[in-house]
Design a protein around this ligand. Structure first.
Ligand code: SF4
Ligand code: SF4
Length: 379
């Protein structure tokens, strides 16, 4: 649908724009500037956004649902289209009042905005390292391929060398470092990993990114080390029987920084990665639309990757007997880079491996569950 077609559909109607991301803002401007509608309201689940946008009439999700039967709902998200639509219908909204609002022009605008953002080098390094490649949970669609990984841990000597090198290149400063996996708490050398990270990066936020299952059995020395080095815990919630309140209380008792990942009450949805095993995607578009690009930067074997995928794809290849190939151009060798800026520049560009990532096709999010270890969870 084009902008003009959308404007004809909503002419003289009262509209609630559902979602206030880049596309939601674009549609708000489009509708307000043209004054085609009787009224335009915007609703986002994230109430923090509502408070920050003084000039635009933002309402809460509950307000959007209450006595608004005369309104048209405009879905302003490409990726959450199904979830948002289902939510509205389940809440009693007439399906005929719901319009998918991502017009061709809105999509183009989103693509350009994302491309600019992704291709801007970071000001400070942020990166993560898998200290355990496997996991003690087996979530469907795991982006780290934890459920299909053989038991494997980081090589501690190599980790120490690589952290030392990066610490020298970046003056011991990083925006953030995650000790992650798989499940990092499975690594019995985790205390040593923490020492290495903090010694090389005296300045910067360091966290262990975990599902938290093993936190109840960690030693006092582990907790003492977290506290001593100012290393925090970020826990992703899953719909399992884990007592998350007790987990948080335990960390508080040990005076260790603790937070839950994301804003969702529970992590209920998992989305297939959209791997294109044929490798036929446009690398620039894949990169621009990728939430991991220039964000979830991964350190592995003395190289930095702009994302997890090429660093971890060997697990997928091994399990499903595929050959998604990784070349030298997919990463930067931290020993060959002349300085930190060269690394940050490299990380802000598409890599050949992006051809394997279909970030444009719509993929249905699915309920969290145990992996069936079938390729469809990742394609
Ligand atoms: S807990 Fe995280 S790393 Fe482990 S299987 Fe689930 S998504 Fe993957
Ligand atoms: S390889 Fe895939 S996951 Fe990595 S930056 Fe490119 S599109 Fe994103």
């Amino acid at each position: 649908m084009t902008n003009n077609e959308l404007l004809k559909l909503v002419k003289d109607k009262s509209v609630i724009i559902r979602g206030f991301g880049i596309i939601g803002e674009y549609l708000t401007r489009l509708l307000c500037e043209n004054q085609f509608c009787r009224e335009v309201l915007v609703c986002d689940r994230n109430s923090r956004k509502s408070n920050e946008q003084g000039s635009i009439p933002l309402i809460t999700y509950d307000e959007a649902l209450g006595s608004k039967s005369s309104y048209v709902y405009l879905i302003a998200s490409f990726y959450s289209r199904s979830i948002m639509t289902d939510e509205l219908i389940e809440s009693g909204v007439d399906p005929n009042s719901i319009i998918y609002g991502v017009t061709e022009e809105a999509w183009q605008y989103y693509l350009e905005a994302q491309s600019k953002k992704k291709s801007t080098p970071l000001k400070r390094l942020q990166f993560e390292i898998d200290i355990s490649m496997h996991c003690n949970l087996d979530c469907n669609c795991c982006s780290q391929f934890g459920a299909i990984s053989k038991p494997e841990f980081v090589d501690i000597d190599s980790m120490e060398r690589n952290f030392k090198r990066l610490g020298e290149l970046f003056g011991g400063m990083a925006e953030r470092i995650y000790l992650i996996g798989g499940e990092p708490l499975l690594n019995i050398d985790i205390i040593r990993c923490m020492e290495i990270a903090r010694t090389s990066f005296p300045s910067g936020k360091i966290d262990i990114f975990t599902n938290g299952i093993l936190l109840f059995s960690m030693s006092n020395k582990f907790w003492d080390t977290c506290r001593k080095y100012g290393i925090g815990l970020i826990v992703t919630k899953y719909p399992t029987k884990i007592d998350y309140d007790s987990m948080k209380a335990l960390a508080m008792d040990h005076d260790v920084k603790f937070e839950f990942f994301g804003s969702s009450e529970d992590f209920k949805y998992m989305t297939p990665l959209g791997l294109d095993v044929e490798g036929k995607q446009d690398v620039n578009e894949s990169f621009a639309l990728c939430p991991e690009a220039n964000n979830c930067i991964k350190l592995r074997d003395g190289k930095l990757f702009t994302c997890t995928r090429p660093a971890a794809i060997y697990k997928f290849n091994n399990f499903f007997e595929k050959d998604l190939s990784v070349s030298d151009e997919d990463s930067i060798d931290i020993y060959k880079a002349k300085d930190g800026q060269e690394i940050l520049e490299f990380l802000s560009h598409p890599i050949p491996f992006c051809r394997y990532c279909d970030n444009k096709s719509h993929r249905e999010a699915r309920e969290w569950g145990h992996s069936k270890k079938v390729i469809e969870e990742w394609t």
